[in-house]
Structure formats: structure tokens, C-alpha cells
Design a protein around this ligand. Structure first.
Ligand code: NDP
Length: 447
């Protein structure tokens, strides 16, 4: 059977076995589509059913989370942890708290995480978890109560050598700290390496907060280097205004770019002279407010409720909010407006139609699984520091992050070239990540 036919058959099997899980199907398709040349070179992966095995999580845990709100009312949410693949190391991947969380969303994220983690070159497997709990509008006591109930169930599945969760949408260091506190209490173990993204006082790493956003910009910088371009002086837009977006904007600014717009799920702000990042941090990180408040302080800026941020002309666009936030039409608009690079901070933010537009236009397109790997890589550095009871300086840790991002970029670039797709970072990332995991799986035997 021809390789493409085999891949289509494998994809149909994923759809059949996981009915209704659209996000997971999309993520699986995106990876499988790239793997043809790798399967031709390594037919043993077909014989040993490596793809069938990779598409089936090693373990899927779904559980009930009862908790009380400030009025004493009982609430019930659903929790997930999908431990996808541990060929390269303990399961590793974030927890997402957002009302849109379903098993399908967690499986798409967990699947992506396998290849992303492999690309970092660190010894970590892939997993993801979370809950349909909505942290918006909840008091700190409610958040703590929820996190404690979540951990009462989760603790039995995690451990520094087993599974190491971290943050994602709706889960920052505050939530990780509450989760860690409860884990410590239940197990009576100060096992720092069981969760990453902790605050500095309790074993967190310097640069973890900044790492995903900074890493995205380091990746962008490497891509632009190849094109003999640089970031300085370029007009940029960044979607979202959460952890990834804020620190992507910070690094862009440090490198001399001008960020003119960012957003949240209500709308976007446009500030032609360059956004005031300290104000955005104040609104988002300290007050936990909405991006519309920016206009109160900068009257000359614009706030567009429910606006489409991709309509703003720019040279560089970084989608840093959520999946499928940039579609084919948006991509066409960006290319028409002269955008030269799109690098993803979020996971799978561009729809398949959008990806096609970018690849056909030949602009620099950096897929999330490579470009946003700086977060998990720095989490792995946090694990190293915890294991050796050490803590590194900001400067040293940032240098490690920068080296890792350069390594990921170069690996994606050279793999794309080796497999006949020069400049195609989608193929480069998928094939390079897959090969690392597949080779390890073969060596481990049928487990
Ligand atoms: P945060 O919760 O800190 O911020 C998320 C941002 O995206 C907020 O501005 C939020 O707006 C916006 N957003 C979320 N959901 C939607 C939606 N459905 N529609 C429009 N806007 C939305 O999360 P992070 O910054 O940590 O994560 C952002 C992305 O980066 C995610 O895709 C995540 O998986 C990915 N990522 C994160 C990593 C990390 O280290 N944190 C590592 C690698 C990837 P609002 O407040 O209105 O909801």
C-alpha cells in the first residue's frame, strides 16, 4: 500500500476510535500528513505499528471535582489528565482551566505535547490535563478550594518520576502553588519536581514565567535570520494578553520591535505608537481585569469590542491566545497586508486552511509545537534545579532557554531540508519530533 494511502487509513482509524473529538482529529491529521517521507525511510515504524501506538494515549483519567463556592453552594466540575506517551521520560504537560475544556481538547493538547517535548531534547514524555472550571470572576478562596479538590484526585497519578503537570490557560503560578500545597499535605512529601511553574519561594525557576513568550520570539529571530531579516523596527501584533502574549510582547520590545495591538476574548486594543506593556501587566497580572481598561489610560488608543485583530496591517503576527483563532480568511488578509512572519505562541491557533495559505505564500510560518516549546523546556530546567536542590540565575537560565530554542529551530530546519521540504517548519517539526519518539518506542519494545 502506498504511504499516503496508509496514512489516510490510519487517520480514519483515529476518527473511528475517537468519535466527535474534532480537536484531536485535527491535531492528529496535522501530524500524520507530514510523516510520509519518514515512513518511507523507516518502514519498521509501519511494521511495528508505531503510529497506531502513538495515537492511543497510554492512560486517560477523567474524574469528578466537587467544591464549594463562597456562598457555600456545591459545584461539580470535570477533571482530566491524559498521559499520552512516556517513551522519552515522565509525562509532562500543562493543566488548562477553561469552560471550553473537553476530553477532545485535552487529547489534542496532549498529542501535540509529545512531539513538542521531543523537540526540546529534554527527557520528558507528553501529557495534558485540566478542567471545565471557569476561573473568571472567582475569588481567591474559590480558586484555592477548587485546586485542592482537583489535587485530592490527581495526586495518585502524578510524581516527579511519573507525571509532572504545569500551567496553561487559566493556570498560572498562583494555581500551581495551591496545587503543590495540597499535594505536599496529602503525601507528606516536599517533592518539588512534581509540578513546575511554582513561584520562586517554593522551588520555581527563574524565567519560567517569561519562557514561553521569550522562546517564541527567539524562534522568530532564528527564522528571520535565515531570511536575512530581523525583528528591529518591525510592526507586530500579538493576540491574547495572558502569560504567553505578555512575555512575547516584552521580548519583542527588548529587541526593538513595535507591538501595536493585543487582545482578550472580548476584543482588542490598538495603540499605533506601541502598546504600554507595564499598563497591560498591571491590568492583566495584578488586577486580573479586561483589556478594554487600557483605553481609560491611553485615550488616543482604540478598543474594538469583538474586533478581528488579524485585520491590522503588520510585518509580524504572533497568535498567543487559543486554538483555531486564525482562519484561512485571516491568513489571506495578513499575507495581503505584507506580513512576513507568523509564529505561534498558542497551541494550534491557525486552522488547517490558514496554515495552507501561509505555506503557499512562502512566508515564515513557525508552528506552535516548535515555537512555543520554550515553556516546557524551562519547566524541564525547573525539574533539573529541583532534582539537584539548586537554583540558577535569571541570566544563566535565559541563556539555556535561548540555546534550546536555537537548537529546536535548527533541528526543524535541517529535518525539513533532509526530507525534501526546505523552509517548511511544519514538516520539519512533525518529522523531527516523531522520529525521536518513534526510535525510543522501538527500543523500549512492545510496551
Ligand atoms: P492565559 O490564561 O494566561 O491567557 C490566555 C489568553 O488568551 C487570554 O488573553 C485570554 O483572554 C485569551 N483566550 C483564551 N481563550 C480564548 C478564546 N476562546 N477566545 C479568545 N481569546 C481567548 O494562557 P496562556 O498565555 O498560558 O496560554 C495561551 C496559549 O499558549 C494557549 O494556547 C496555551 O495552550 C499556549 N501555551 C502556553 C504555555 C505556557 O507556558 N503558559 C506553553 C505553551 C503553549 P480571556 O482572558 O478573555 O479569556
Amino acid at each position: 500500500m502506498a504511504v499516503q494511502e496508509k496514512i489516510e487509513e490510519l487517520y480514519q482509524e483515529v476518527v473511528r476510535k475517537n468519535p466527535g473529538e474534532n480537536e484531536f482529529h485535527q491535531a492528529a491529521m496535522e501530524v500524520l500528513q507530514s510523516l510520509g517521507p519518514a515512513l518511507v525511510k523507516y518502514p519498521e515504524f509501519v511494521d511495528k505499528k508505531i503510529i497506531e501506538r502513538i495515537c492511543e494515549p497510554e492512560r486517560q483519567i477523567i474524574f469528578r471535582i466537587p467544591w464549594r463556592n463562597d456562598k457555600g453552594e456545591v459545584n461539580i466540575n470535570r477533571g482530566f489528565r491524559v498521559e499520552f506517551n512516556s517513551a522519552l521520560g515522565p509525562y509532562k504537560g500543562g493543566l488548562r482551566f477553561h469552560p471550553s475544556v473537553t476530553l477532545s481538547v485535552i487529547k489534542f493538547l496532549g498529542f501535540e505535547q509529545i512531539f513538542k517535548n521531543a523537540l526540546t531534547g529534554m527527557p520528558i514524555g507528553g501529557a495534558k490535563g485540566g478542567s471545565d472550571f471557569d476561573p473568571k470572576g472567582k475569588s481567591e478562596d474559590e480558586i484555592m478550594s477548587f485546586c485542592q479538590s482537583f489535587m485530592i484526585e490527581l495526586y495518585r497519578y502524578i510524581g516527579e518520576y511519573t507525571d509532572v503537570p504545569a500551567g496553561d490557560i487559566g493556570v498560572g503560578s498562583r494555581e500551581i502553588n495551591f496545587l503543590f500545597g495540597q499535594y505536599k499535605r496529602i503525601t507528606n512529601r516536599y517533592e518539588s519536581g512534581v509540578l513546575t511553574g511554582k513561584s520562586l519561594n517554593i522551588g520555581g525557576s527563574m524565567v519560567r514565567k517569561e519562557s514561553t513568550g521569550y522562546g517564541v520570539v527567539y524562534f522568530l529571530k532564528e527564522m528571520l535570520n535565515v531570511l536575512k531579516e530581523n525583528v528591529e523596527g518591525k510592526t507586530c501584533i500579538v493576540s491574547g494578553s495572558g502569560n504567553v502574549a505578555i512575555y512575547a510582547m516584552e521580548k519583542l520590545e527588548q529587541l526593538g520591535a513595535r507591538v501595536v495591538a493585543c487582545s482578550d476574548s472580548d476584543g482588542y486594543i490598538y495603540d499605533e505608537t506601541g502598546v504600554d506593556l507595564n499598563l497591560i501587566k498591571q491590568i492583566k497580572e495584578i488586577e486580573r481585569g479586561r483589556i478594554r481598561e487600557y483605553k481609560k489610560y491611553h485615550k488616543e488608543s482604540k478598543y474594538i469590542e469583538k474586533g478581528n485583530i488579524w485585520e491590522i496591517p503588520c510585518k509580524i503576527a504572533l497568535p498567543c491566545a487559543t486554538e483555531n483563532e486564525l482562519n484561512g480568511k485571516d491568513a489571506t488578509k495578513l499575507v495581503k497586508n505584507g506580513c512576513i512572519a507568523v509564529v505561534e505562541g498558542a497551541n494550534m491557533p491557525t486552522t488547517p486552511e490558514g496554515v495552507k495559505v501561509f505555506l503557499e505564500a512562502g512566508i515564515a510560518y513557525g508552528p506552535g509545537k516548535a515555537a512555543n516549546a520554550g515553556g516546557v523546556a524551562t519547566s524541564a530546567l525547573e525539574m533539573q534545579q529541583n532534582a539537584s536542590r539548586d537554583s540558577w540565575s535569571f541570566k544563566f537560565t535565559e541563556r539555556r532557554l535561548q540555546e534550546i530554542m536555537k537548537g529546536i529551530h535548527d533541528l526543524c530546519y535541517s529535518t525539513a531540508e533532509e526530507f525534501g521540504a526546505q523552509g517548511n517548519y511544519v514538516k520539519g517539526a512533525n518529522i523531527a519530533g516523531f522520529l525521536k519518539v518513534a526510535k525510543a518506542m522501538l527500543e523500549l519494545g512492545l510496551v
